[in-house]
Design a protein around this ligand. Structure first.
Ligand code: MN
Length: 764
């Protein structure tokens, strides 16, 4: 399994390999760890099938004996830890505990799925087989490995959800022990976790695990920010507790008077979400006012009473504090698609800040924390909550049945489905549809049926006629209007927010284009033959580059629709000497999209000189030539936290660590990711700064002279816009590192009237 590295061969330079025999001390450690798994299991509500669990433990221990993890621990401690998470943090039963104990046996030892079946029966064997399949080392370092793995993961998941839940436990333990991995592995695993596993955990309603996965990824990607924010949270705790106590006191008095049994606590936001807020809003830690939420969990034996009690508490709180009119969230009447139920409201606290209060019953709380597995425990008769998840699993099956030809597109499409806040809309018959935020009339049409989507001409939202691109709001009533003469259009893809819609539209477009594609293919083949050009990958790739067609099908369609013509120039280009062919080819691919080697058959970069296991030093030589280039998407500057990606030319492309494009690369091209550091004094770079403030006489003059004189920086571009009293100034300048920029922003903020000064990206 890529993330486990079962090592019996220690890498050179590592501390002396521990003996393959476990010491008595280690034996005790193993026994203790397993004892904890059993104890936790015995305290749960599951049937007590201890014998089979003990057998699975002994089997796994014998199978992994003599093997150690990279950290030096006996390997068996990993499956034990995974079993413990599956049991105690996700709430799974004996079958899953056994499968977790055995999850790496088939992958890493001589034993087969048949052996497992003989010893433990078909159910456990199936789970282990599923877990082995998705870890698959059989793909080597192919570019699409992660996407392909992910596809399998989801496919298996839709057969037995427990596979993915155990996989989650596996990933969580690997993240908890990530410290002992090589840095480039850490990036890859952390990136993949943030990109795939955390959203998946969210989608499955595993809130606690999702939060921990995000935090751990964040800790490895931004260690300094992680330390800093963790410290700031700790330092502000006493103050926060005081405010919270002030806030809760009158509420508690009321709830006590109502005779409720409840638990009230302050939940601090995770380090990761605080950081996210600071980054997206460009604000310092002190200004993240909603640092915590108050949570009230009440005891209630009768599920029929839960809803009424939630609203009673709501009413009690709003009697005391002023309610924020737009921030009440009723996830009791309409639960989230992942099963989350609670009543949220936001009120003005005694210190003048808004405080969110979450009201839940004990049962709702458990579902919120443990997610899907908790549903089984409570087995809701009508299957109401499960059906939401089933709907989602069906969508996944739909998408998987017809995957995108391009692995990266496929990942993006799927991710759409994992993330996204949701809205709920109604059909004219009053049926509920849960859709991602920003969904349009067209999304509704496609979610009803492919044919309805393809023939959609407009919609009626709340009885008013609207275009098919109309974005919907929660609570809208939506009717889809169709016409048989309507045809699906390529630009519709921009109107769609659902993965289902995008997949169905692309499929329809492909079908529609097929005659043109066939015709185009014939034209192309005849052209090669007539001009005596060899029909190989090189020829078509060159032509694709010339016409900037991203895929063969696109090129054929252009030809078939007579939008382009193959002329003498093309012949000349194709017949040029072939010694530089490869170079040219790569250049042509480059025309299609710079660092996008998405072609699956493209060979992994042959790059003998770069050792991806070592930190790559980004530097300039005497002539000022860099041993890397900056990515166009995020334009980092030296001093930024960046990572390297080896492109198809073997060149190192530097991306900002937070660049969305980098996230995709990390998740998809793990082996080509480099951890990097800057060589000191790396030269000069363009940075952009946005300054906002209140206009007053002379302020711009002060600003400019501060920048040019006092800081002797080189201004390369300046754009000032004033609207009434407010001005915005965008400044491009040459700096030598990120510290220069921070320093400048700090100085600028000191000018009276300036409200903010922050660095922005190339395209902001
Ligand atoms: Mn594992």
């Amino acid at each position: 399994m890529s993330s486990d590295i079962p090592t019996n061969t220690m890498p050179a330079g590592a501390p002396a390999a521990p003996s393959t025999f476990t010491t008595p001390e280690e034996e005790r450690m193993i026994d203790d760890a397993f004892r904890e798994v059993l104890d936790g299991y015995l305290q749960s509500n599951h049937r007590k099938k201890v014998e089979i669990i003990e057998r699975a433990f002994r089997f796994a221990k014998a199978a992994h004996s003599g093997i150690r993890r990279r950290s030096g621990e006996p390997y068996i401690l990993h499956p034990i830890a995974v079993a413990k998470i599956a049991s105690q943090e996700i709430g799974l039963g004996s079958t899953s505990i056994c499968a977790a104990l055995l999850h790496d046996v088939v992958e890493d030892t001589e034993y087969t799925v048949e052996d497992i079946e003989q010893n433990f029966g078909p159910k456990i064997a199936q789970l282990v087989a599923g877990l082995t399949k998705i870890s698959g080392g059989i793909f080597g370092d192919k570019a699409s490995m992660q996407a392909e793995n992910f596809r399998k993961l989801l496919l298996t998941m839709s057969e037995d959800i427990r596979v993915v839940l155990i996989k989650m436990a596996d990933r969580l333990h690997n993240m908890r022990t990530l410290g002992s991995m090589a840095p480039n592995k850490q990036y890859k695993i952390a990136g993949e976790t943030l990109y795939i596993y955390a959203p998946l955990a969210h989608r499955l309603g595993l809130f606690a695990i999702k939060t921990e996965l995000e935090s751990l990824s964040f800790k490895y990607e931004h260690p300094e920010a992680f330390e800093r924010i963790t410290r700031q949270i700790a330092e502000s705790e006493a103050h926060r507790t005081d405010i919270y106590n002030d806030f809760m006191k009158p509420i508690a008095a009321k709830l006590d008077a109502m005779g409720l049994t409840y638990e009230a606590k302050a939940r601090v936001k995770s380090v990761y979400s605080i950081w996210n807020k600071m980054e997206t809003k460009h604000i310092p830690f002190e200004e993240v006012y909603d640092l915590y939420a108050a949570r009230i969990i009440f005891e209630c034996d009768d599920p029929a009473q839960e809803k009424a009690i939630c609203w009673q508490i709501y009413s009690a709180i709003t009697d005391i504090y002023r309610l924020h009119p737009e921030r009440t969230r009723d996830w009791i009447s309409v639960p989230k698609a992942n099963g989350y139920r609670a009543l949220h409201l936001t009120v003005m606290g005694p210190d003048g800040n808004w405080v969110e209060v979450q009201i839940r019953s004990r049962r709702m709380d458990e579902i919120a924390e443990k997610g899907f597995a908790a549903h089984w425990k409570y087995k809701v008769g009508e299957g109401d909550e499960e059906s939401e998840l089933n709907v989602w699993l069906h969508t996944i099956k739909d998408i998987l049945a017809d995957p995108e030809p391009n692995a990266l597109d496929f990942l993006d499409t799927l991710k759409l489905n994992l993330f996204a806040s949701e809205i709920v809309v109604f059909t004219p018959k009053g049926e509920l549809l849960t859709l991602p935020k920003d969904s349009t009339v067209l999304d509704v049409a496609f979610s009803l049926h492919s044919q309805i989507g393809c023939h959609c001409i407009a919609g009626k939202v709340n009885h008013k006629l609207v275009p098919l691109s109309q974005k919907l709001n929660s609570g809208d009533q939506v009717e889809v209007l169709t016409s048989q003469s309507q045809q699906p259009k390529a630009e519709w893809v921009d109107y769609l927010a659902t993965a289902k819609g995008k997949t169905r539209l692309r499929k329809a477009l492909r079908t529609l284009q097929q005659p043109a594609v066939n015709k185009g293919r014939e034209i192309f083949e005849k052209f090669l033959k007539d001009n005596d050009i060899r029909d190989d990958n090189v020829a078509i790739t060159k032509v694709m580059g010339l016409y900037k067609a991203p895929t063969r099908e696109d090129l054929y369609a252009l030809l078939g629709n007579e939008q382009i013509e193959l002329n003498d120039y093309v012949v000349k280009t194709l017949k040029k000497e072939s010694s530089k062919t490869k170079r040219l080819l790569l250049k042509l691919i480059g025309m299609g999209g710079k660092d996008e080697p998405a072609k699956e058959e493209a060979p992994a970069a042959a790059q003998p000189t770069i050792n991806t296991k070592e930190t790559y030093v980004l530097r300039y030589d005497e002539k000022g030539e860099a041993n890397f280039r900056f990515a166009d998407c995020c334009s980092p500057i030296p001093g930024d936290e960046v990572m390297g990606f080896i492109d198809d030319d073997g060149q190192v492309v530097v991306h900002d660590l937070d660049c969305p494009r980098a996230a995709v690369l990390k998740a998809s091209y793990g082996p080509r990711i480099l951890s990097t550091r800057w060589e000191v004094n790396a030269g000069h770079f363009m940075a952009r700064i946005r300054i906002e403030g209140i206009d007053r006489h002379g302020i711009l003059h002060e600003l400019i002279s501060l920048i040019s004189k006092h800081l002797s920086l080189d201004i390369r571009g300046l754009n000032i816009q004033a609207d009434k009293e407010v001005f915005t100034c965008t400044l491009s300048l040459l700096v030598s590192n990120v510290a220069d920029v921070s320093h400048l922003c700090k100085e600028v903020r000191k000018i009276p009237g300036v409200q903010s000064a922050t660095r922005i990206g190339e395209n902001d």
